[in-house]
Structures are given as C-alpha cells and as structure tokens.
Design a protein around this ligand. Structure first.
Ligand code: PMP
Ligand code: GLN
Length: 382
C-alpha cells in the first residue's frame, strides 16, 4: 500500500455529495443540492446542438472565445457601467468553481491571510489551505447576517492578501446593499488587498432590489476578481461554464495559472451561450421567475412549524426548525430524508466551528409539483 500525506487532512466528501446520495437512496424529494429540476430554454439547447454540428469541436482560445468575452463585456457595461476589455480582462472558466480555485491559487501564497465570511459556500477555504494561506473567518449572525464593520476592520492586518465575499449569498439568501459595498470599498481603499467577489447569483435578486456588483464601485473594481456562472443564470449547472473579470494586471496573472489549470474550456457551449446572451430578457427575467418560486414555496409552508429566515436572493430558503426539535441540524436533515423522504442541506457545515443554529437550507429551483410535495411533508412535521 503506497503511503502518502494528505494536503487536506480535515476534508472529507462534501455535503452535497453526501446528502445527494442519501436522498437518492431513500428516493426523497430533493431540495438539497442547488440545481433546477426543469429543462433549460429549448432555444439554448438548439443553439448548443447547432454549435456541435457546425464544427466547433476543437480547442477554444485559452481565454475563451473572443465573441463570448465581448458579449460579457457589453453586458457588464450595460448593467453596471464598468468597461472590461474583452482582450485582457475576461476569462471563460469551467464554472465559477474553477474561476475561484484559479484566483486563490494565483494570488494566495504561504502564510497570506484571507478573510472569509461565515457561513461560507464550501469551495473557498480548502483552496486557501491548499496553497498555504491562513483563513481568517468572521461568523455572521442570523437572521440578517449583517457585517459588523468594526469587526471586519479589526481582522485586517499586514498579512491580509484577500477578502472573499458572496452576494447574493449561498446559503443564507442575503444580499449586500449599496451601503455595504461602499463600506467595504472605504475600508479596503489604499490597501493592497484583493477582493474575490463571488456573484454567481447576480440575476436572482428579489423584491425590486438590485444586485450590487463590485464592478459598480470603482475602487473595489480596481482590486476585484468577479466570478459568475452561466449554470445558475441559464439553468445549465451541468455545463460548468462560468467566467471571471478583473483588471488587466490581475487577469494577466490569473491567465498564467489558468492556461495550465485547464488551458481552455468547452468550445461548443461557449458558442451557444454567446448567441443566447445577446437577448437581455434571457437573464433579466430571472429575478421574477425565482421570486415567484420563492413565494409559491413560502405560501405553501406558511402553516408549518418551520420559521422562515427571509431570502432576498439566490434560489435558497433557510428554515429554522428550533420550535420542532433541538436535534443537531445534520441529524435532523438525515432524519428528514430517512423518515419523511425530504432532502435539505444542514447549515452548520458552512459555519465557523460547525456552529449549529438549527437551520436547514432548501433549494426552491424546482417545479411546483415538487415544491408542493416538499411543502406537504414540511407541514406534517410538528
Ligand atoms: N459559488 C457559489 C456561491 C455557488 O453556490 C456555486 C454553486 N454551485 C458556485 C460558486 C460554483 O458555481 P459553478 O457551478 O459554476 O462552478
Ligand atoms: N452550489 C451548489 C449548492 O450550493 C452545489 C454545487 C456542488 O455540489 N458543488 O447546492
């Protein structure tokens, strides 16, 4: 037996894989991992088929096809008033996951500190650790998960290399306001800190609010790598196509790593996405599409014993079950799958030191039939 030491000794199989497997085993209604259970627009599928048949089956350029980068650049300029040069400042990636991995691996060196806000999506910290960085966590408190800016200032020091933010936020469904972004901009001003801004749910914001991209704030934009994902926006999480934008100097370093990380990604899908992205209603309609789903789900569970923690964006809804039981969230999530055939994600896995606030995350990117089935189960649990 070969002997080796682990670079990630404390990491096991992630929660989505674990819960997904259990959900399948028990044939549970699955509101755990975040993905739509409905098909993407047939127009997008047709464009993909056309791209496959029209000879786009060899390597794409390393940075991504120029036309897709140009279309993304125009979209960002239209929405946020910031111009990113398609030649130097945009890279198409294998989902946002690769954009995040490559960003961290490009910039974080041994003993650099990276501020991560908890609860946090699971793909930041292992990469920081892998490249010798030190995670500096700040635990945010529900139900509003607001930042205490004095706490934030107090953890910044000479070793701070990067701050990771995520708005709209997975798993809480909170969004950062303009004033949050201005506070962040003010604090980071005149530092050398890089902002890694995970904006994969940029088009899923509710109740008339606007997504406050780091691109809108000039000083933030000058230090930011902004990551996004077509998976979320066009209901194609399995395509694993995303992108990131950053000022030229940052992007140049990013691409030095990217070219040896994947070199380039899926060519035909880039062709299809370029055409599809040219019609703004394909993404601007998403806010109301998912708000309708959120409201449908909330109405269906209004008489349940679960307490709703407001969701202002993403396709996730947190529910507090403390009135039902004091059991740990992982135990309760497993029990929901085994005894009630309903799968969700326990929030403690995203928290600092597995802090357990008796909350579960439910993905409402599902058909009404499935949301009804889930609601029926939730309503019976007393
Ligand atoms: N960031 C967040 C907050 C996410 O929820 C996800 C989801 N899957 C990702 C990044 C990764 O996106 P992708 O599937 O495009 O890699
Ligand atoms: N982003 C998805 C979620 O939060 C999971 C994607 C994955 O399984 N890595 O549910």
């Amino acid at each position: 037996m070969i002997e080796t030491s682990s670079k990630l000794p404390n990491i096991g199989t992630n929660i989505f894989t674990y819960i997904g497997k259990l959900a399948n085993e028990y044939k549970a209604v699955n509101l755990s991992q975040g993905f739509p259970d409905f098909s993407p627009d047939p127009k997008l599928l047709q464009l993909a088929e056309d791209a496959l048949k029209n000879g786009h089956n060899q390597y794409a350029p390393m940075q991504g096809t120029f036309t897709l980068r140009k279309t993304i650049s125009e979209k960002i300029e239209e929405l946020h008033g910031k111009s990113y040069h398609p030649e130097y400042e945009i890279t198409i990636t294998a989902g946002a996951t690769q954009a995040i991995f490559t960003s961290i691996s490009t910039f974080v060196q041994q003993d650099d500190e990276v501020i991560v806000l908890k609860p946090a999506y699971d793909c930041y910290e292992p990469v920081i650790e892998l490249f010798g960085g030190k995670i500096v966590p700040i635990q945010l408190e529900g139900p509003d998960f607001k930042m205490n800016w004095d706490t934030f200032k107090s953890v910044i020091g000479p070793k701070t290399k990067m701050v990771v933010i995520n708005t709209p936020h997975n798993p809480t469904g909170t969004i950062w306001s303009k004033s949050d972004m201005l506070q962040l901009q003010e604090i980071l001003k005149s530092t050398n800190i890089i902002l890694l801004s995970d904006e994969v749910y940029e088009h899923i914001v509710f109740d008339g609010e606007e997504h406050q991209s780091a691109a809108r704030f000039p000083d933030l934009a000058s230090r930011s790598i902004i990551c996004s994902s077509f998976g979320k926006t066009f209901h194609v999480t399995g395509w694993k196509v995303g992108y990131c934008v950053a000022p030229k100097a940052l992007m140049q370093e990013f691409q030095k790593v990217h070219q040896f990380n994947v070199f380039c990604i899926n060519h035909p899908m880039q062709k299809a996405l370029t055409e599809y992205l040219k019609t703004p209603k394909h993404y601007l309609g998403l806010n109301s599409f998912y708000q309708t789903k959120r409201d449908y789900f909330l109405k269906a569970i209004k008489d349940s014993k679960f307490k709703v923690i407001p969701s202002s964006g993403t396709y996730f809804q947190l529910l507090d079950y403390s009135e039902i039981t004091d059991e740990k969230d992982i135990i309760f999530a497993e029990k929901l799958i085994r005894d009630h055939k309903l799968a969700s994600i326990p929030v403690s896995v995203f928290n600092l030191d597995a802090r357990d606030d008796r909350q579960l995350r439910f993905c409402f990117a599902k058909t009404e039939i499935v949301l009804d089935q889930a609601a029926q189960i939730l309503n019976t649990i007393r």
